[in-house]
Design a protein around this ligand. Structure first.
Ligand code: COA
Length: 368
């Protein structure tokens, strides 16, 4: 009989693969910095397009630069007609992450600058990707419901337009602002698994779309971006559960993980989770669905208590724990939660791909 060997999946933990100037994390202190700016400052004061500009251009845009960047995003957002046609042939129950991953090479085929590997051309391709991934996600959601995709509304912000193209209803300013902040919070995170995948693929001089396709594949895993959908599944399955503490204990005793908790780098509270918790509380109140947020907090409390008993006090809610409730309260179906992570992380992925291609990270990053 073959002996089973329990090999711990350690990935690339502890291995330094390269330097980066795009972002910085201090896992002990719970610090996340994009291009020298703390995530708290950006979440409070910047929009997603500003952050995308910052990640790509290394500086925050002034008013004129931002307005031009927003215009470029709007102009670039149209996806080729053959992509809509292709989507119509997919099985309606196809996983939206698979649809997104399959869509990126189809976008590559329509890019007139595909073979131009200069920094400038890659920034233009990055802008097209940032503009088009949300359109692709929204179009798939419409098509799988037998609806026609909606044209963009250029009077709306990037986040508001996504909600409009997804639901066919103009979101309130508050809803759009909350989604925009979620996009800011998810935009980059140094050498996580998906970013590493993007960089590794383009290190062979493959094009930006090939790198992004790999990143989407890595993000879909349940230990990475796929965790938010599983958090939602957990919340929905526990709606009627009276003994949350008992459920958490049983889960851990049987060797199962509590989704949305723990992090490969943060050994304290994930700085993004604090914002997401606040937003979940505020949206819960606004939509009259406080029960869902209350359930998340009960799971958090019970899990923290159990982890403490087991001497694992470093396991805390991560970015996925409260983002699941936030997205649900924004009317986003569970299987679109990971694609929404992707429509934000595309800003970080492309910044990293450009850094990999240009060797711009030769100098150690300034911390914060
Ligand atoms: N629930 C239960 N136990 C957990 C846990 C969780 N969410 N996260 C970590 N642990 C435990 C592991 O079982 C392991 O225990 P052991 O040493 O007794 O075997 C220990 O903590 C270390 O976990 P490990 O996976 O080796 O290392 P890590 O800290 O680098 O793990 C994650 C990071 C993200 C993979 C892990 O926390 C996880 O699986 N979380 C749930 C999935 C998730 O939310 N992913 C999104 C990340 S942003």
């Amino acid at each position: 009989m073959m002996e089973t060997v329990n090999v711990k999946n350690i990935g690339l933990r502890g291995v330094t693969v390269a330097d980066t100037k795009v972002s910085f994390i201090d896992g002990k202190e719970g610090v996340l910095v994009y291009r020298g700016y703390r995530i708290e400052d950006l979440a409070r004061n910047a929009t997603f397009p500003e952050v995308a500009y910052l990640l790509l251009h290394e500086i925050l845009p002034d008013t004129k630069q931002l307005s031009y960047f927003n215009e470029r995003l709007q102009k670039a957002s149209e996806i080729p007609a053959y992509l809509y046609e292709t989507l119509k042939h997919y099985p309606v129950d196809a996983n939206p992450m698979d649809v997104l991953q399959a869509g990126v090479p189809l976008l590559a085929m329509a890019d007139p600058e595909l073979s131009d590997d200069t920094r400038e051309a890659n920034v233009r391709k990055a802008v097209r990707l940032i503009a088009r991934l949300p359109v692709l996600v929204a179009a798939w959601h419409r098509i799988r419901q037998g609806l026609e995709p909606l044209p963009a509304d250029n009077s709306l912000s990037h986040a508001a337009n996504f909600l409009w193209q997804l639901h066919g209803v103009k979101p309130s300013e508050k809803m759009a602002h909350i989604l925009d902040t979620c996009l800011v919070l998810h935009a980059d995170h140094t050498f996580n698994a998906s970013t590493f995948s993007c960089r590794q693929v383009v290190s062979s001089r493959a094009h930006i779309y090939a790198g992004v396709t790999a990143g989407i594949g890595a993000l879909s895993g349940s230990l990475h971006g796929g965790a938010n959908a599983l958090v939602m599944k957990m919340l929905l399955s526990l709606k009627e559960e009276k003994d949350i503490a008992g459920w958490v204990k049983k889960q851990l005793e049987s060797g199962e993980r509590i989704m949305g908790m723990g992090h490969a780098v943060y050994k304290t509270m994930d700085p993004r989770a604090k914002f997401l918790k606040e937003m979940a509380l505020s949206l819960g109140k606004e939509t009259g669905q406080e029960k869902l947020v209350d359930l998340s907090m009960q799971i958090e409390q019970a899990a923290l208590a159990e982890f403490e008993k087991r001497g694992k006090t470093e396991i805390k809610p991560n970015v996925d724990f409260y983002s699941a409730s936030v997205y649900h309260l924004l009317g986003i179906p569970s299987d679109l939660m990971t694609p929404i992570f992707a429509i934000s992380r595309i800003a970080g992925w492309t910044a990293h791909i450009i850094e990999e291609k240009t060797g711009e990270a030769q100098v150690k990053p300034a911390l914060y």
